[in-house]
Design a protein around this ligand. Structure first.
Ligand code: PLP
Length: 420
């Protein structure tokens, strides 16, 4: 008789994590089996404060009743309809996004939304739409094909979005990528003015470079982009995949610096943890688009749209607004304390709203900070080369922020001691 060894679910998870069948392009180091608000639990039962929010996705934290309810409610009606048909949550979500964009951004009239499944897809659509505008509005300018992007930017991993990403480490092995891309230094007004011509079709830009060190767009740079874009009929694409929907302190971070994008791309928190991308387009773009220009089979899935609509309404109400204000105030307060206390190694605080970070001196290994923090029950991210990224839920409570930052103090002290 063969005796079957019984493996505990924890042991099985540990084995699967070590000998994973997940593609080696990922290196997951935790298997998260449960969650609650600002906490997650791994397969051993260890509890972590989540200051990653699933990389800026879980705006309200984990396992929210409103998300579960909105998804189940729609699942009982219809789950998928394809792009041959539509469903009420898609129609309502697109209308709501257009209304929000029109209320937020002055001097541009937004008219429609293309729904997809991810940030990279939202950007692919934006780039294709910008190319179509150049071709259809300026048929005599056959060279109007150039796209401008910026150093240290990140726009996604599909080949178009990767082509405009301004970091070689993501691109180098995939060359040749799209032609006619010019990557300029970020916030450099002279470089921008010199580069933009009538051959420029589009400028794609982040408001804060989420994966590239949390550099923020200056107001002057935003105005320079508006000016050159108007002068040369250039489509401005604001990649708000990470900054959007209050992550960087405003519904659209473009508003904060006065950028007037013709296209805004969103994803991350939009789907409330489910895959969703949105490419919000101005009237000029809307008017040149025809059926067949672009498409997706499952993008804008009705269940996800219902979750997105519910979350967006919650995100834009006054109570949530007060909670976000309190949360970002305490986060900022705690960041100031860290930078003050460890001024020899913590160079400066970074970012805005709930998209924050700390730049450390080049002597500090930021990956070690993230690793030690995890051991002590705090999940963090890195960004750029010498910075950590701190992104709690938008409504993270004061005591959780304080608890998380106490762990960070402990970790920095440990790193300081090990350096001596
Ligand atoms: N754009 C920005 C600014 C991002 O931060 C990201 C992802 O981190 C993307 C695009 C790509 O989004 P996704 O991973 O959903 O394709």
């Amino acid at each position: 008789m063969r005796i079957r060894t019984i493996i505990s679910p924890q042991k099985e998870q540990a084995n699967l994590l070590e000998h994973s069948y997940i593609s080696p392009v990922f290196r997951p180091s935790l298997s998260i089996i449960d969650s609650s608000n600002d906490y997650v639990f791994d397969h051993t039962g260890k509890k972590y404060i989540d200051f990653t929010s699933g990389i800026a996705v879980n705006a309200f934290g984990h396992k929210k009743f409103s998300t579960i309810h909105a998804s189940i409610q729609q699942m009982f009606k219809v789950i998928h309809v394809s792009n041959l048909f539509t469903a009420p949550p898609q129609l309502s979500l697109c209308k709501y996004l257009v209304q929000l964009a029109n209320k937020s951004i002055k001097n541009v009239t937004y008219k429609s939304v293309f729904l997809s499944n991810s940030g990279t897809e939202a950007n692919e659509a934006a780039l294709k739409f910008a190319k179509l505008v150049a071709k259809r509005h300026h048929p005599s300018l056959s060279n109007k094909v150039e796209i401008i992007s910026f150093e240290n930017s990140f726009h996604g991993r599909t080949l178009g979005a990767l082509s405009v990403t301004g970091q070689d480490k993501y691109k180098i092995d995939f060359a040749p990528l799209l032609p006619n891309i010019t990557v300029l230094p970020y916030n450099d007004i002279d470089a921008l003015k010199n580069a933009v011509t009538n051959n420029t079709a589009a400028i794609i830009v982040e408001l804060i470079q989420g994966e590239g060190g949390l550099s923020k767009m200056s107001t002057e740079f935003a105005h320079a982009i508006n000016t050159v874009a108007t002068a040369h009929n250039v489509t401005v694409i604001a990649d708000e995949v990470q900054t959007g929907l209050y992550r960087a302190g405003a519904l659209f971070a473009s508003k904060k610096v006065g950028l007037m994008p013709h296209i805004i791309t969103l994803s991350k928190s939009l789907g409330g943890g489910f895959p969703l991308g949105a490419t919000i387009t101005s009237d000029t773009i809307h008017d040149i688009l025809k059926p067949g220009d672009h498409g997706t089979t499952i993008g804008g899935n009705p269940v996800i749209c219902n979750v997105a609509l519910t979350n967006l309404k919650k995100l834009t109400n006054q109570i949530t607004h007060s909670k976000i204000t309190m949360s970002t105030f305490w986060l900022n307060y705690e960041l100031n304390a860290v930078v003050r206390k460890y001024k020899n190694i913590a160079i400066r605080k970074l970012g805005d709203g709930a998209m924050r970070g700390i730049q450390f001196s080049t002597m500090v290994d930021v990956h070690q900070i993230v690793e030690y923090a995890r051991k002590h029950g705090l999940l963090l991210l890195t960004t750029g080369t010498h910075s950590i990224r701190i992104m709690p839920s938008l409504v993270c409570k004061k005591h959780v922020i304080k608890k998380g930052m106490r762990i960070l103090h402990k970790v920095i002290n440990k790193i300081k001691k090990s350096e001596k």
